[in-house]
Design a protein around this ligand. Structure first.
Ligand SMILES: [Zn+2]
Length: 260
């Protein structure tokens, strides 16, 4: 089949050839090509590989996007999300007072402006039941939907996950878990507290070191004074507070609303 026959076949047999030029040079793919234009407006460049190259490029991009997506889902699966937080969004958060409204606005802005180059952390501080975890979860959902990798975990579960890696039947070793924690775009550490043992302290210090200066949302019922009451805690706290904005929330118990 010669160039013209090929071009006719590509354009459809019923179309008439209107223009043709031969021996042209494409400076994009550096190929010689013949140019045909048909009466339906279709153009065939026989010999030019640009379309093919573009097609491969798109396929490759789609492939890597898929891999990236799978990676994000895989990391997310390590999250341990309490039942009552699974459906937490900004839409279903109901602030009861100004302090909770402020918390809502800050978390929403954090999610809206999330960008890898602008690393920011939030420390959400306040009594149990004010919706800190709800808003941390809502931010996490929104940031994940933008295509970032996210992880939600509380301290006891994080420590258990590390202990589990020492089990010889574990599918993951300590280095794998470190890598997830080090690389995840956003980490939510829920219910950060002061009551951990020596192992916990060492592990948390190492986790805070891996996460320092990255994107973290940490919720805690403790005050800054409590979180720095000894040397170990103070060391963790200083790592945790790099790039972090502390936000204190007051108010009635968020979760009791509707039940009383
Ligand atoms: Zn070309």
């Amino acid at each position: 089949m010669n160039g013209l026959e090929k071009a006719i076949k590509q354009s459809g047999f019923r179309n008439e050839l209107m223009e043709s030029e031969f021996g042209l040079f494409c400076d994009k793919c550096n190929n010689k090509y013949d140019y045909y234009k048909f009466d339906n407006g279709q153009v065939v460049k026989d010999g030019c590989d640009c379309e093919l190259i573009e097609h491969h490029k798109q396929q490759k991009e789609a492939f890597f996007k898929r891999i990236e997506r799978n990676k994000i889902e895989k990391i997310y699966r390590y999250s341990i999300i309490p039942y009552d937080l699974q459906g937490a969004t900004f839409e279903n958060y109901e602030p009861q007072n100004e302090s909770q409204k402020k918390l809502f606005n800050i978390c929403k802005r954090y999610a809206d402006n999330f960008e890898l180059n602008n690393k920011q952390s939030l420390l959400l501080q306040g009594d149990f039941g004010l919706g800190k975890s709800h808003l941390a979860m809502a931010a996490l959902h929104e940031i994940k939907s933008k295509g970032y990798s996210v992880l939600f975990i509380d301290i006891p579960q994080l420590l258990t996950a590390y202990k589990d890696t020492y089990n010889k039947n574990s599918e993951m070793n300590e280095t794998d878990l470190d890598e997830i924690i080090e690389k995840v775009d956003l980490m939510v550490l829920d219910d950060y507290g002061t009551s951990v043992n020596t192992f916990g302290n060492q592990k948390l210090f190492s986790v805070m070191n891996m996460r320092k200066g990255k994107h973290n949302i940490i919720t805690t019922n403790n005050t800054a004074k409590e979180l720095t009451k000894n040397k170990d805690l103070a060391k963790q706290f200083s790592r945790m507070m790099m790039n972090a904005t502390p936000i204190k929330v007051d108010g009635d118990d968020y979760r009791l609303k509707g039940l009383v």
